[in-house]
Ligand binder design. Structure first.
Ligand code: GRF
Length: 220
């Protein structure tokens, strides 16, 4: 059983998906801490309601990004955290956290990386006219939205989609993808080889996993 921390800045729907999966025993992890840089983030209230310890460390209270990350790191160490999930955490990380949790720090991004890193990526996907987008869970490295990919889910665009429609469709798959990826990490089934992640699962397990991560059109 791994000790998991979740870093949030906002609504926290991915946090809720992760907490649910851990509570139901689908992921061999327990959430020991939720950290937010935004006081009053809705995610904090929800975590509190579920009895998860929360801490608010507003980034404005710290002179530098490194000072802020050091304060977060101290709380993570105190809680004996093994794995960290960024779930709508809207701050760039300094090397302090990246190094301390190398290969144990996950992020979810609402596009198929390496396409569309950065912000407002669902809008960019619509504007670009891509036929498929999706979401990616990756290990965090020194570059933004860049580290080794753990899992991805593919989501089609439909004619007439706007940013909101695509975001909502992708979000449903984020909520499947993130727990599935966290499960693999908590089970120590991810071997990082350069920029690739090798999964220690059978072909059949992989096939079943892909099946749960495919949009068959029912979310239209
Ligand atoms: C999600 O779309 C996630 O992929 C991105 O930020 C959003 C957070 O949403 N990194 P929520 O706070 O988890 O609801």
């Amino acid at each position: 059983m791994k000790n998991v921390a979740i870093l949030v800045s906002g609504r926290g729907s991915n946090m809720v998906a992760l907490l649910g999966a851990m509570e139901r025993g689908e992921v061999p992890g327990r959430c020991v801490l939720v950290v937010s840089n935004v006081p009053g983030a809705p995610a904090l209230e929800e975590a509190g309601r579920r009895g998860i310890p929360t801490v608010v460390l507003p980034h404005g209270d710290f002179p530098t990004r490194e000072d802020h990350d050091s304060a977060i790191l101290a709380r993570l160490m105190e809680a004996q955290v093994d794995v960290v999930c960024l779930a709508g955490y809207m701050r760039l990380l300094s090397p302090i956290l990246i190094h301390a949790f190398r290969n144990r720090l996950l992020n979810i991004h609402p596009a198929l990386l390496p396409a569309f890193p950065g912000l407002h990526v669902q809008r960019k996907a619509v504007e670009h006219g891509v036929r498929f987008s999706g979401c990616t869970v990756h290990l965090v490295d020194e570059e933004v939205d860049h580290g080794p990919i753990v899992l991805q889910a593919v989501v089609p665009l439909w004619p007439g989609d706007d940013e909101a429609a695509l975001s909502a469709r992708i979000l449903k798959f984020e909520h499947r993808l993130y727990p599935a990826a966290l499960k693999l990490v908590c089970e120590e089934k991810c071997v990082v080889e350069g920029r690739r992640v090798r999964l220690l699962i059978s072909d059949e397990e992989y096939r079943n996993l892909l099946r749960t991560l495919m949009d068959t059109g029912e979310t239209r």
